[in-house]
Design a protein around this ligand. Structure first.
Ligand code: SF4
Length: 334
């Protein structure tokens, strides 16, 4: 039997370079293998943090799907679906909530870290942390098991969430019979892409990202503001390309002249403005096929909606089948 892959992304913004060279890179490889592949647009999970911004989440469901199709995810190989169209996930979350203690949820390192971050932002003792937020590992277990996900691509920081799912599956199976599949993880070997400001992480909240949807003007502005070697003031100053984000991006998008860039930078034979302009041109060339596809899907939003309808329908069928087995085993199949 085919392994089932379940992965997801929250619709809270567009795809950026961090995604493209990270999770998306894996999706593109995995779709070429013989897996049953579900890609969840996790709108309900997005609402755990953004419950007060429903318009933003809804808009981003379509924006993100447009981006996903633009990078080459093939809807004939991947079931792209919206989490909220699968009521079984919410139902399972309730069933699973009896199988996990509050203490265990608070001990989950991923939850712990995020709660600490919230406390740091809101400066209180955790009053801003909602029940839904603490419980999201439970809803993630429901996501995975609704589709009998057996192989879950994750980053190292998400391993505790998968372990939580395994615990819930084991507990469920020990009480109700061997119905659920205990998922295996596989660590996606992805580079963490640095931001234009030199930050180790690229992110929306950090304002240091290049988005796949960025147009020429936006890209020009962002790259012209990128962090370079601060000791290089004049064109003929010798500099260190290894601490320059312009050089970093030249390398990332595989500039064929990378050795020349490096040599000229070190020898003080290259000005930063010219170097940035070269990057802008290469970046636009690199993004051209994505931009073209994106433009097509922007003009054909009906196709984007059809992709989601098809994905929703496949996911609904699978989740219904799983739920029928679960309810039977729990003796609530009235
Ligand atoms: Fe960076 Fe290019 Fe300036 Fe060197 S010349 S510091 S690589 S922008």
């Amino acid at each position: 039997m085919k392994e089932t892959i379940l992965t997801g992304i929250r619709p809270t913004g567009n795809l950026h370079f961090g995604h493209l060279f990270g999770a998306c890179n894996n999706w593109l490889k995995l779709q070429e293998k013989d897996y049953e592949f579900y890609l969840e647009i996790a709108d309900v999970q997005a609402l755990t943090d953004h419950f007060h911004e429903p318009e933003m989440v809804r808009r981003n469901v379509y924006e993100l799907t447009t981006d996903i199709l633009s990078i080459g995810i093939d809807p004939n190989k991947v079931h792209i679906f919206i989490q909220s169209t699968i009521p079984e996930i919410a139902e399972l979350t309730v069933f699973y909530s009896n199988l996990v203690t509050m203490a265990r949820l608070y001990r989950n390192p991923t939850v712990k870290t995020e709660i600490a971050q919230k406390k740091a932002i809101f400066g209180n003792d955790g009053e801003s942390v909602t029940y839904g937020f603490v419980g999201y590992p439970v809803s993630q277990a429901a996501d995975i098991t609704s589709f009998k996900g057996s192989l879950i691509p994750v980053g190292e920081d998400q391993l505790p969430l998968i372990e939580q799912t395994r615990e819930i599956v084991r507990k469920f199976n020990s009480i109700y019979g061997n119905i659920l599949v205990e998922p295996k993880h596989f660590i996606s070997k992805t580079a963490r892409i640095k931001g234009l400001d030199g930050n180790e992480k690229m992110g929306k909240s950090l304002g240091n990202a290049i988005y796949l949807k960025d147009d020429e003007e936006t890209i020009t502005k962002k790259i012209m503001g990128a962090v370079t070697d601060p000791n290089k003031i004049k064109k003929d100053d010798k500099a260190n390309p290894d601490i320059c984000m312009v050089y970093y991006y030249h390398k990332l998008i595989e500039n064929k002249n990378i050795e020349t860039v490096c040599k000229e930078c070190k020898n003080g034979e290259r000005g930063c403005v010219a170097c940035k302009k070269e990057l802008i041109n290469n970046m636009l060339e690199f993004l051209k096929p994505i931009h073209e596809k994106r433009q097509y899907y922007l003009e054909h939003q009906d196709e984007v909606k059809k992709v989601l309808e098809k994905g929703n329908s496949v996911a609904q069928k699978k989740a219904k089948e799983t739920m029928a087995e679960i309810k039977k085993s729990m003796q609530i199949n009235y």
